[in-house]
Design a protein around this ligand. Structure first.
Ligand code: HEM
Length: 413
């Protein structure tokens, strides 16, 4: 049985003392026994700061589906980050806003994820995956995270936005520095790095936008989504301001790469920990669709969401009042026996599989079709190319509670 499915007795987990802001060291390695203990004895867990941490499937699903919730984090982020570029970025991005602003931005960005737009990206994903696989074949080994899962998504988003992929390394660093302060606890260093990263990233995008505008004025177009967004600025119907455009491009870049890296890394780790499932997929490649859904459920790349209560909300027999903050445990919900039969088993044939890895409701991941496409191509090609693929040596883990992923996983082929 894999470490992600190991079961500790709830009493061993000391639920009463549990804090998602300072979890025990072994939580990062394997949070699932803690989620289980919380679900069973304290599913509406009150945190020391007065917020609540919900671990049951139905409760988390209801939070995402209920209208009386807010994603606006202005007050929370002002306290957490203080004034500066990081605060501006996170409060202008549609992820942390409510309708009507959220609806307006989402409607504009949705064009990037239509089946037609994704079809255009598909050949690039295939090309990239084939190239990474050939490099691995030549060496007989690779680090599945560093050499495969990490480079792929950022290259794809660069292609989508028309950014030179040689900028990949800088983008990955900025993205990580901007996202890390979203962890339940952010140190002053994390916040300082986040502020600097937003400043540098915004300057980079403003230069890129100016260059694209210049090209477009001369009739030279590359056909990327950035050009569509620039076009939308000419519309009379509430166009995007320059700041809104920049901040939401940063969101797209940030939202789409580490999560997708973690889908491929966590998903393949689950396969190595459950070799009979790996063999099953190799014998029947048509299982890739349900396999990807199971990877998303079993070790979800994004484990925590946040919502604020805007209207009184009853959960677990108590009424939470407006102003209360909620943390949703996506990982806990996705392992709840009330939502999934035998949830600790990794089963690539699982159906139905109504996991919450992409959340639900109006903020449900806009990039989900792209993530699914990338995951499907990457993993199906990898396991088909290397019948003897196996893990070799210890894995490295990021040690973050919200973004769950690996930093390293050596393999041999
Ligand atoms: C396996 C990969 C991914 C996972 C697990 C994931 C997960 C999520 C989740 C849970 C949310 C909801 C957050 C909330 O409201 O609290 C979300 C929103 C979002 N995601 Fe993803 N995501 C993935 C890939 C992507 C990709 C590839 C992109 C874009 C290229 C993307 C862009 C976004 C954006 C822009 C939002 C905000 C949507 C809104 O507020 O309406 N994500 N994602």
């Amino acid at each position: 049985m894999s470490d992600a499915s190991a079961n500790l007795a709830p009493s061993e987990c000391m639920v009463a003392d549990f804090s998602i802001f300072a979890p025990p060291a072994d939580f990062y390695e394997n949070p699932y026994p803690y989620y289980r203990a919380l679900r069973e004895s304290d599913p509406v867990h009150r945190n020391a700061d007065g917020s609540y941490y919900l671990t049951r499937y139905e409760d988390v699903r209801r939070v995402y589906r209920t209208k009386g919730m807010t994603s606006d984090k202005t007050e929370m982020f002002t306290k957490k980050y203080g004034p500066g570029p990081l605060l501006e970025q996170h409060t202008t991005s549609m992820l942390f806003s409510d309708p009507p602003y959220h609806t307006r931005i989402r409607n504009l960005l949705r064009h990037a994820f239509t089946p037609r737009a994704l079809k255009q990206l598909e050949h690039r994903v295939i090309e990239l995956v084939d190239d990474l696989i050939e490099k691995c074949r030549a060496r007989g080994e690779m680090d599945l995270v560093l050499d495969f899962a990490f480079p792929l998504p950022v290259e794809v988003i660069c292609t989508m936005l028309g950014i030179d992929t040689r900028e990949r390394k800088r983008l990955q660093e900025w993205s990580r520095e901007i996202l890390t302060p979203l962890e339940p606890t952010a140190t002053p260093e994390m916040i300082a790095d986040g502020n600097r990263a937003v400043e540098e990233f915004s300057a980079f995008l403003r230069d890129l936008l100016a260059e694209k505008r210049g090209n477009m004025a001369q009739g030279v177009r590359a056909g990327d989504i950035l050009e569509d967004l620039i076009d939308s600025q000419d519309s009379e119907d509430d166009p995007l301001t320059e700041d809104e455009l920049v901040q939401n491009c940063i969101l797209l870049l940030n939202g789409g790469h580490e999560t997708t890296t973690n889908l491929v890394g966590n998903g393949m780790k689950a396969m190595f920990d459950n070799p009979e499932q790996l063999r099953k997929l190799q014998e029947d490649p048509s299982l890739i669709g349900s396999a990807i859904e199971e990877m998303l459920r079993f070790d979800s790349p994004l484990q925590i969401g946040n919502r604020g209560i805007a209207e009184p909300f009853e959960v677990g027999g108590i009424t939470l009042e407006p102003g209360t903050q909620i943390l949703t445990s996506i990982g806990g919900a996705n392992h709840d026996p009330e939502g999934f039969d035998n949830p600790e088993a990794f089963d690539i044939t699982r159906t139905p599989n109504k996991h919450l890895a992409f959340a639900a409701g109006i903020h449900a991941c806009i990039g989900a079709p792209l993530a699914r496409m990338e995951g499907t191509i990457a993993i199906s090609k990898l396991v088909a190319a290397f019948p003897d693929i196996e893990r070799k040596g210890p894995i490295g883990r990021g040690g973050r509670a919200r973004f769950r992923g690996l930093t390293s996983m050596p393999i041999s082929v």
